[in-house]
Design a protein around this ligand. Structure first.
Ligand SMILES: Nc1ncnc2c1ncn2[C@@H]1O[C@H](COP(=O)(O)OP(=O)(O)OP(=O)(O)O)[C@@H](O)[C@H]1O
Ligand SMILES: [Mg+2]
Length: 291
């Protein structure tokens, strides 16, 4: 079974899809068989980043049962060795009437894919589906830019993901679920406190759920003046989660990325020596040691 790597953000447009496609390609260059999947609940576009305007199949074919397995949707891209893509659905996953049973089937098939690494671009925002796709992974990558709104949105995202993680470790009608649904929390210790107050023997379950949740951070579109906001982000997250989030790397703002998007090629292929590509290589090394 492959390792699942999920990539999300609070705010849209911060570079998740660009980062996922480049990381997926770089992991194949380190000998991994990789499947890149587009779970963006707000609008799938990975295939376009590869210039694949008419994918042979998309997630819709799987969701509508035209194809029996998700594996059948995975298709080669641009002749890249060991890289396959599962293009997202034309409808958004959010509106694709993704009832519980369908979502479970999707997750079951995702986990059964034949690859060493499965990179999941889960899209932006804090919708339940997005949080759940983010959480199902073995490794969680959260992307933000130094823009204060992106920093704040990432903080909210991590916070809700952590609460969701605790929540899903209890049954839907459990009193703990109610206790967590509508309250604002300032820190994870407050969340645990609320669980303990509601149900004393629920505490170990909640603690276990949180222990596995150690998202790492990628900062994108960094410029010289942007350090201050990211320090602020890291200290906010530390206050909330209780530990430092690992910073996997910074990617600079660089024209090679917009150029690569225009050319429908990953930047690490189009311009492997650009500062953005070098940063992506560095991040891939950090990820590879964790896989
Ligand atoms: N480091 C960078 N330097 C310059 N431009 C960048 C950089 N990173 C991303 N961009 C630009 O930002 C655009 C948006 O990136 P991308 O589509 O990956 O964001 P996203 O987070 O996936 O967005 P969405 O939330 O809509 O899915 C890209 O098309 C690219 O032009
Ligand atoms: Mg995207």
């Amino acid at each position: 079974m492959g390792k699942i790597l999920s990539i999300a953000s609070g705010k849209g447009g911060v570079g998740k899809s660009v980062i996922s496609s480049n990381l997926a390609l770089l992991l194949t260059k380190r000998g991994k068989r990789v499947i890149l999947t587009d779970f963006d609940t707000g609008g799938a576009n990975q295939h376009v980043l590869f210039g694949l305007f008419h994918p042979t199949a998309t997630m819709t074919d799987f969701l509508s049962h035209r194809l029996k397995t998700l594996e059948e949707v995975a298709q080669p891209v641009n002749g890249y060795h060991n890289l396959r893509l599962i293009p997202g659905t034309g409808d958004t996953l959010r509106t694709a009437n993704l009832q519980h049973a369908r979502k479970k089937r999707l997750i079951r098939h995702l986990k059964a894919l034949d690859a060493d690494v499965i990179v999941v671009d889960v899209g932006a925002g804090t919708h339940y589906h997005t949080l759940d796709f983010f959480l199902l992974a073995d490794h969680h990558l959260a992307v933000a830019t130094p823009d204060p709104t992106s920093v704040l949105d990432l903080y909210r995202f991590i916070k809700l993901a952590a609460i969701r993680k605790v929540l899903t470790s209890f049954a839907a009608r459990d009193p703990v679920a109610n206790a967590l649904l509508d309250r604002e929390f300032q820190s994870m210790s407050e969340v645990l406190e609320a669980v303990g107050e509601t149900k004393e023997d629920g505490l170990p379950t909640a603690e276990r759920a949180l222990k596995d949740f150690q998202p790492s951070l990628i900062l994108n579109r960094m410029t010289n003046g942007s350090r201050i906001n990211t320090l602020q982000l890291q200290s906010l997250l530390k206050q909330y989660v209780g530990t430092d989030l690992t910073l996997l790397g910074n990617i600079p703002e660089h024209e090679s990325i917009s150029r690569s998007v225009q050319k429908y090629l990953p930047v690490v292929d189009l311009d492997p020596t650009s500062p953005a590509s070098i940063a992506l290589e560095h991040i891939t090394d950090n990820i590879a040691t964790r896989l």
